[in-house]
Structures are given as C-alpha cells and as structure tokens.
Design a protein around this ligand. Sequence first.
Ligand SMILES: [Zn+2]
Length: 565
Amino acid sequence: MRWSRAFIPTLREDPAEAEAISHRLMVRAGLVRQLAAGIYVYLPMGQRVIDKINRILREEIDAIGGQEMTMPVLHPAEIWQTSGRWHDIKEEMFRLKDRNQRDMCLGMTHEEVIAWLASREIRSYRELPQIWYQIQTKERDEARPRSGVLRTREFWMKDSYTLDVDEAGLGKAYDLHKEAYARIFGRCGLTFYVVESDPGMMGGAGAHEFMAPSPAGEDEIARCPACGYAANIELARSVPAPTPAAAGPREEVATPGVRTIAELAGFLGVEPAQTIKTLLSVAPDGPVLVLVRGDQQLHEKKLARLLKAEVRPAHPDEVRETLGAPVGSVGPMGARVPILADEALRDGVYVAGANREGYHLRGVRPGTDFTVTTFADLHVAQAGEGCPQCGKPIVVERVIEVGNIFKLGTKYSVPLKAVYLDEHGRERPIVMGSYGIGPARIAAAAIEQHHDADGIIWPWAIAPLQVHILPVNVKDAAMLETAEALGRDLQAAGLETLLDDRDERPGVKFKDADLLGLPIRVTVGALLAREGKVEVRTRRERQDIPVPAAAVVERVRELAERLAR
Ligand SMILES: [Zn+2]
C-alpha cells in the first residue's frame, strides 16, 4: 500500500474530547472518526485491525465447533416480550415502531433470536449440541458513551450461543469457550484476567469476564496474586482485618455536631472499624436498614443482588420519618425495619447512632443487642484485605472488559419453548450458554496496553499492516527506487507493507510512523548512498540496525517470526 494514495488522516494534535489514550491514538492515527456520541466510522486502517481480530475470532470459534451465521439487527418485540426482557431492560434498548405501528427494537444481544430459532428447528437430542455464532452489529442506548470505542452505542460483537441437552453439556461448552477466549486474547497480544462476574441482565447460573488491565478501564476487579482468586469488584469477597477489641458497658454518649464516621471516631477516640455505619435504603418492599463497619463502604450492587431489586438511598426526611433522628445520629437500636448487616459485623463491640439527635451508643453488639435480619457480604473489597480463599492480601485493579461468558441454563429456552425430545421421547428445555467479545474493545485495550508517548505499538497479529517502508526523501531517485523494490520483495515474501511515498519532511514521516505504530520499520536514508544499507527497527525497541538492502527481506522475516510469537 502506498501512503500517497491511501486514506490515513493522521492528526498532530489530540482531539479535544478524548481522555482515554486509546481514544486519542485511534483518532490521531487515522483509525476512526466519531459521527455522534458513541457512534464511530472505522477508516481503512481501523477496519484492517478489526478484520484481523475478527479473523482470529473466527479461527478460534470455528476450532471448537462454532458455525457462523448472521442474525438481524432489527427485531420484532414479541420475542423480547416472551422472554420478559422487553419489560426488564429499560432505556438501554432502542425501540421503534414499523409503519403498521408494530413494536420493534434494535438488537442489543441475540439470546431471544437463538431460542426462537432453536424452538423451530431443533427436535431431538440427536441434533444437540450446537454452537452458533455471528460477528454482527449491536445497538445499545448507553447512558454515557465515552472513552472512544470502549463504550459506544453501536458496536460489533462476536456473540456465540451453545445449545445442549443438560447442565453437563453446558459445562463442556462453557469450558471450550473459556479456553478459546484465552487463546483469542493471547493471540491479540493482551494481558488479561479471567474473573467471576455477575450475570446481570443475562440472568443464569454463572458467568466469567475477561478483563484487560488498564487505567482507562471502567471496571474494577479484586484479585489475589498468591492463589489466583479474581472477581469483578461488584461481587468480589474479602476478609477485612478483625474488629479491634473494645471494653466497656453499653452507654449513651453525647456527640454534639458529629456527623461522619471520621468525626465520630475522632471525638470518641476509637478506630473507624469500631463504629457502625448505618444507612437507610429504600427497596420496592419498603425501607431497610443497612449496616457496614465504619471503615468499610457499602457496595450497592451487592445490596441490590441480595434484595433482588433496585435500591436507592433514603432522602434525609425519609430517614428522620423512619428512625426519628437525622442522618448523622441514626443506628440499629430500636429500629422497626429489617436490618441487613455486613459479615464483618458478626463479631465485635461497636459505637452506633442512638436514633436521638446528637447522641451515640457505645458497647453495641450486633445480633445480641438488636436483631439482624440477614448477615451478608455487602462491603466493597479493598486492596490489602484478606483473600477469601487463602487469606493473603488482595489487590484491586482497573480493567477493560473484553469478553464475557454466561451459563444461561433454561432462562430463555423455557419461555420461548426451545425444547427437544430426549431418548425416552420426553420433552426437555434446551440448556443454553452465551458468549460475547467486542473486537473494537480488543483493539482499544491493545492500544492501552501497548503504546508509548509517540504512538501505538501494535501487537503483530492485529497490526493494520506489518512493515512500514520509509524513504526519507522521495525526490532522491535511488532512495525511492530502493524503497519500492523492497516493498515488492517484502510483499512477495508474504508481508503486508505500507510505503510512505509522500513528499513530506522526514520529521513528519517519522512522527506518523511512530503514531501509526506498525511493528517493523525499514528506513531508506543517507546510508543507502554511503554504504548500500537501509535501517531496520521494531516499533517497540526503536533501535535502528543497518542492513544491506539485499538482506532486508531475510532480516524482516526473522523479526516477524520473533514478533509473531
Ligand atoms: Zn488467595
């Protein structure tokens, strides 16, 4: 490919709205342009990256028995009404009506279509298992599209679905995907973790996420370097340090002006871990009192999962109405609402609000002095706390979710009547799994993990092109001819080349080469006339090695072999 005829609109400056490094570099290197919030145009270099990722996806999913198909983006409402998700999913779903006023929606995922298809086409256990997949456009009306292509409203997804006769079959299909996903992310050059995750809107019996560590990530995981435990922070467990022992009888103490845990601990000369943080939350069935230790934070998703409902913090007037005291003085003693307490409060003696303005109680024992409806894991796992498996300190890291896998079970096959006849002629629901990967997220995560101050450093397997040939001065006939000859030879050797034949200053061309980040660069410069040599470097090492022009193909091949490993 010749740069002079290619469409690679690089930019000197960072786009104003871009925060994530991958966003800045994808725009500056001419990979994408934003049409509207969360909606992107993929330019030729960006498209080449996506194509390479998709090729890897197809190879690995085909290798475990996947069969590619294409399902529509436009869906009739009925299948979503039958599964219940027409109602359960809120503003995230793009809905519309056709000319006959029939409800339609744009597909955000395809479990319903798969179950619909299976309900019509699968008859017998002999036709199972099946693995069906597609690489197709999804539409989600994200509340806050941001970080470039990491969170968009329209995106590609490789989504596969497995159909099995029973849970054991699903377990096998699930493990096959888990292994295939690990190979996919490895081949794409990503560092990643496999973590336990919350099935969320997919429902079902189990789920894992593949997480690429990056400061640009929107998710957090807790993991244990000692034993490998890893989970999304939304359900990561941890063992906080034990509550420091406290002596003394139960007594009410005046705490004038004290509102926060820090103020309370300071005023009474106790540790925050010796206090109870009392929060009033409102669930659909009414208010509940939620208790966490003073040094801990409530994770609202854990609370919502426990209550199987969305929960909101009570307003200050609701707090006063329910407990008879302002927010800073409330506690569990005498409260006439269900009490949910974090597990860290099972033992110990604490200071808690007295439900009387300006007073707290010392010597409070949860479960003894007041009834706890449920003890549960409700706190946010924090770095340094104990691993739930081995007790060693955990770490908390920011990550990009690049893939997810779900054991759906019969959540979709039962309502959509996707059933088969077993060997005894009995009707049984098909057991399903669902598995997603966003190729654009892989590209962005790869840039987040592989870049420097000057630009992208593409992993070999997903680079838009492989070798950047850079004649320093195209007005020098010998330089240009040598560069062109090298381009032909490298292509003949099976390598993808970009020949920067633009009549630009060398500085501009070097900057663009670093920005675009092709793995190998061949510079044809002054050394050619002096010694008959050109310079070969990798983007990562940036160390020019003089090579006789005749030996370039061999040298590049060696480097390519090393980079491809
Ligand atoms: Zn551990």
